[in-house]
Ligand binder design. Structure first.
Ligand code: ATP
Ligand code: MG
Length: 668
């Protein structure tokens, strides 16, 4: 008898496969030269679960970009790579970078935010998910409006005692979805004074859920809920998507919440190929249920996680790193990371006290001009702030000095009332059951108040009137001429086979007179309408247009943009939240005032105070060469007049050898 020999061959590797003996010369990119050894290890990994946890500017995002390029070079289908990031802008930028490194194949990678990926998947598999594929997405404002409607209709408001307002309800319901906590637990932890109302609050949540189902509406959280359900319910649809996605990568993992972590888990169920990168010290989205401890849970969520650490910072000069290391060393709970830089030279960060806010603005304008004189382009300069309204005074000074700027974060184009008006018409055209939009459109008309609007909504609900029948033949005689005209318009844009831009044109013709009556500054606002027209030109499908707009508004309102702004030559004004992951040659952080940054309310609790500290850390680590932190010493408040302010505790506790202090006086 002879013995048969068997060799064991792994077919579905759960472990880590970092192929050995690969000839690096066969690649178009010289990976070994462009990356340090820890980065190279991550980039050349193929199968398995990896967590890269490392400080700011250590090349986490760069590692993901190079890994995309390398997988494509190795012959994997770009469409089998899913890159989840925080904003669509970030995803596009990463794919552009990979395309520049390698070639256009990298632009075919699947990339986006959790929400945009959910939207696409749910529309594709709507049937299996029990959805109608033309569902409407409610943005946060709409969600609050619906809840308010339910709250007042169902008589939940008692005069004697305070009942939670619409914003609070939205927040509680959303936190419950994103953290996995029960509503009553959130109420007793965060709003104990509403404990008596728990039954009513749950009832509102119930009605809200039913209402959305009936009207084919999904809010942001529903996108995630439905996606999770779809992934874990092993329908053929889920199986086919799971086997088509071979690699999942997530940037900024520290800002994911529980449901997002579960989605990642669901997405990698078949292949277990996941690479997540993040930095617990930069977790700044707890208001959306993110918890920096989540990133530490990652090794428990996946099998055999290999942790890779990066310690060299390639972004900032050493004096800036010393300064930012000091900010974060004040954090109570953190995982120690020591950052060092090989970048030589660099000056100490500057802390500048200005006697008032306007002087702060004037100083920044002068400094920006000075930096530009040194040959640094405006796009390498950013001004960062805790809250969007801190930059108003500066915006005026920048405009006076003819310095083009663009503002990110804060009030978005799509959140402006006039764009919401126009969108409401289009949303009815796409989903005639979208009651929120009906309400908005009806109220635009003079002579129609909340009561009449509600009556018409009731008739719509009872199908006594509908936009599906030609209003000319319907018995709408009970309504006045205005309503007939409105129904004619809606009938037309709903039924006609036309492009979104053509439908918009009809809406604008109708809307223009109403718009002029409603807004005093309609001249300024009409630019936004023009921009919106340009955007719609790019779309062939109304549903695609509407969901892109709802999930991720791409541009800011012109009300926020300096007139001179050319494509690329502008100073960036941004909230710190929107500056995540980015970097500039020179960075200004303004309004570093106690009571504002950290805000008075956040200073009351250790957890929220810690998050403010991380925000300061995120802001300061954006700087490559120059860092200026400014604060006005006198602030004007409507209630108390001008008051003396104190610098933010995050900078006042700084050792004097880590930063240079300046006092800016009036004779500027
Ligand atoms: P953040 O935490 O702020 O998101 P990050 O860890 O993602 O930062 P990157 O943005 O990827 O860091 O990298 C910071 C800068 O350092 C970038 O300009 C990047 O190109 C550069 N960089 C990173 N690694 C290297 C390297 N090995 N060689 C040269 N430059 C590098
Ligand atoms: Mg990054």
């Amino acid at each position: 008898m002879f013995q048969k020999k068997y060799t064991l061959k792994r077919i579905n590797t759960l472990g880590h496969s970092i192929p050995k003996n690969i000839d690096e010369n066969k690649f178009a990119i010289n990976y070994k030269a462009d990356l340090n050894s820890a980065q190279f290890e991550a980039v050349s990994a193929i199968d398995g679960a990896y967590l890269i946890i490392a400080g700011a500017g250590t090349g986490k995002t760069r590692t993901l970009v190079y890994r995309v390029a390398r997988l494509v070079e190795l012959g994997y289908d770009p469409k089998s790579i899913l890159l989840l990031t925080f904003t669509r802008k970030a995803a596009n930028e990463m794919m552009n970078r990979a395309s520049l490194l390698l070639d256009n194949r990298c632009s075919k990678v699947n990339g986006g935010t959790f929400h945009s990926f959910a939207n696409l998947t749910l529309r594709k598999y709507a049937k299996v998910c029990g959805l109608n594929s033309s569902f409407t997405i409610l943005d946060q404002g709409d969600t609050a409006d619906v809840i308010n409607l339910i709250r007042s209709q169902a008589g939940f408001i008692s005069k004697e005692k305070r009942f939670p307002n619409k914003q609070t309800l939205v927040k509680v319901f959303s936190l419950s979805v994103n953290t996995g906590k029960q509503v009553d637990q959130i109420i007793s932890e965060e709003y104990p004074h509403f404990k008596d109302y728990i039954d009513k609050i749950l009832e509102i949540q119930n009605i809200f859920t039913g209402y959305k189902q009936k009207n084919n509406l999904l809010d942001y959280d529903d996108l995630l809920i439905y996606l999770r359900r779809f992934l874990f319910d092993l329908s053929p649809g889920a199986n086919s998507i799971l086997s088509s996605i071979k690699f999942v990568m997530v940037d900024e993992y520290q800002d994911t919440n529980k449901i997002q972590a579960e989605i990642v888990k669901g997405l990698t169920k078949l292949n277990n190929n996941i690479m997540a990168v993040g930095d617990d010290s930069q977790s700044i989205y707890s208001f959306r249920g993110a918890d920096f401890r989540n990133i530490m849970e990652f090794p428990k969520l996946f099998k055999d996680v290999k942790i890779i650490k990066l310690e060299e910072n390639y972004r900032s000069v050493q004096p800036i790193l010393n300064f930012t290391n000091q900010i974060i060393s004040g954090a109570v709970e953190k995982y120690d990371k020591k950052l060092f830089s090989n970048k030589t030279g660099g000056e100490l960060p500057n802390i500048i006290a200005a006697s008032n806010e306007n002087l702060q603005s004037k100083f920044i304008v002068e400094k920006i001009l000075e930096i530009r004189e040194e040959g640094i382009p405006l796009k390498e300069i950013a001004v960062l702030f805790r809250s969007s309204f801190f930059s108003f005074d500066l915006e005026i000074e920048l405009s006076k000095a003819n310095i083009p700027f663009q503002k990110f974060g804060g009030m978005k184009f799509i959140e402006t009332a006039h764009i919401k008006d126009v969108m409401a018409f289009l949303r009815i055209a796409s989903n005639p059951k979208d009651v929120v939009s009906w309400y908005r459109v009806l109220l635009l008309h003079e002579g129609i108040g909340p009561k009449t609007a509600q009556k018409i909504l009731d008739e719509l609900a009872a199908s006594q009137i509908t936009i599906k029948t030609d209003p000319a033949s319907a018995s709408s005689s009970r309504h006045n001429e205005k309503i007939t005209k409105l129904f004619q318009l809606l009938f037309r844009i709903h039924t006609e086979q036309s492009l979104p831009s053509e439908k918009l044109q009809l809406v604008l013709n109708y809307y223009h007179p109403l718009f002029k009556v409603k807004y005093d500054d309609f001249n300024k606002r009409s630019k936004d309408l023009e921009i919106f027209q340009n955007i719609t030109e790019k779309y062939k499908s109304l549903d695609n247009l509407l969901s892109d707009m709802a999930i991720e508004p791409i541009i800011d309102s012109v009300v926020d943009i300096g007139d001179e702004s050319k494509e690329n030559e502008f100073v960036t004004l941004s909230t710190i939240h929107s500056a995540k992951g980015l970097e500039w040659h020179s960075v200004f952080i303004i309004h570093a005032v106690e009571g504002f940054f950290p805000s008075g309310r956040s200073a009351e609790k250790l957890e929220t105070l810690e998050e403010e500290r991380r925000l300061m850390y995120v802001a300061a680590t954006r700087a490559k060469q120059n860092l200026f932190i400014t604060y006005p010493m006198n602030m004007y408040e409507r209630e108390s007049g001008t008051t003396l302010s104190k610098p933010s505790r995050f900078i006042s506790e700084m050792n004097s050898d880590l930063a240079e202090g300046w006092l800016l006086e009036e004779d500027f």
